[in-house]
Design a protein around this ligand. Structure first.
Ligand code: UDP
Length: 231
């Protein structure tokens, strides 16, 4: 097939239809800006399923996204988008980089959700940026920033409720957006690689922190998330 792009966890292929791409989910796991690398057997299969289920749910809730359909164990057909160079992070509970950056204790519940932007750049290691940086660097305009913030807030509301029904706490997550026919839509993936999900009762981590922190049973955590949400 016609490889367009290869990232750390996914490959993107062109298709016969110029408006559609295929996203292929790999088993590669990376953390800390690619410094830590490994393979997690079957991760691509599980993340493709989880992302597909979540994108379908978001469609039902009126949130436009690139997902069209799953086409194989590791592949989804998506609308072609030009990715906006932003990582949009939403945090409900303290974990990960914000704890190190601001001395926040892991597990602290925030009185309101926190929205952060990072500039997607391997060269500069995805630095945190604000809305002025986004405008000045021509990453997005004011109207687009407004749309992205509204999407992120709505996705948080939908996913918090969805996961809580299966006894999972949505701690934080990262979204990416793209432009399809000059309209902004949600893109990329939503999976335990890009969300922190804790068991509601035990606070057991069921996401990529199992890999980052060498907690073991990485795929078991991801499969637990899939089992709970596909019921
Ligand atoms: N995240 C991601 N890709 C990134 C950075 C972060 O998917 O390149 C997700 C991460 O899995 C977590 C949330 O965004 O759910 C917040 O991550 P954080 O800033 O704490 O970064 P990390 O701990 O990954 O360095």
């Amino acid at each position: 097939m016609n490889l367009l792009y290869e990232g750390k966890a996914k490959k993107v292929f062109r298709t016969d239809n110029e408006n559609e791409y295929i996203v292929y989910f790999k088993d590669d796991a990376t953390a800390f800006n690619g410094e830590k690398r490994s393979e997690v057997n079957e991760k691509g299969i599980v993340n493709n399923r989880i992302s597909s289920l979540i994108f379908e749910l978001l469609h039902q809730k009126g949130i436009d996204n690139h997902f069209i359909k799953m086409v194989s164990d590791r592949e989804m057909l998506v609308k072609k988008v030009d990715i906006i160079s932003l990582e949009v992070i939403v945090r409900n509970i303290g974990a990960g980089s914000i704890c190190k950056r601001l001395g926040i204790e892991e597990g602290k519940k925030f009185k309101k959700s926190i929205l952060e932007f990072s500039y997607k750049s391997d060269e500069y290691k995805d630095p945190l940026i604000n809305e002025d940086h986004i405008l000045v660097l021509d990453i997005a305009n004011e109207e687009e920033i407004k749309i992205i913030k509204e999407y992120a807030t709505k996705v948080n509301e939908v996913l918090k409720e969805f996961f809580s029904k299966v006894d999972l706490t949505l701690v934080d997550f990262k979204l990416e957006f793209g432009k399809h026919e000059s309209k902004i839509i949600l893109a990329d993936e939503i999976s335990p690689d890009t969300c922190r999900l804790w068991d509601i009762n035990s606070n057991e981590k069921l996401d990529k922190d199992r890999f980052r922190q060498d907690l073991g049973k990485v795929i078991e955590g991801y499969k637990e998330v899939l089992n709970r949400i596909q019921k």
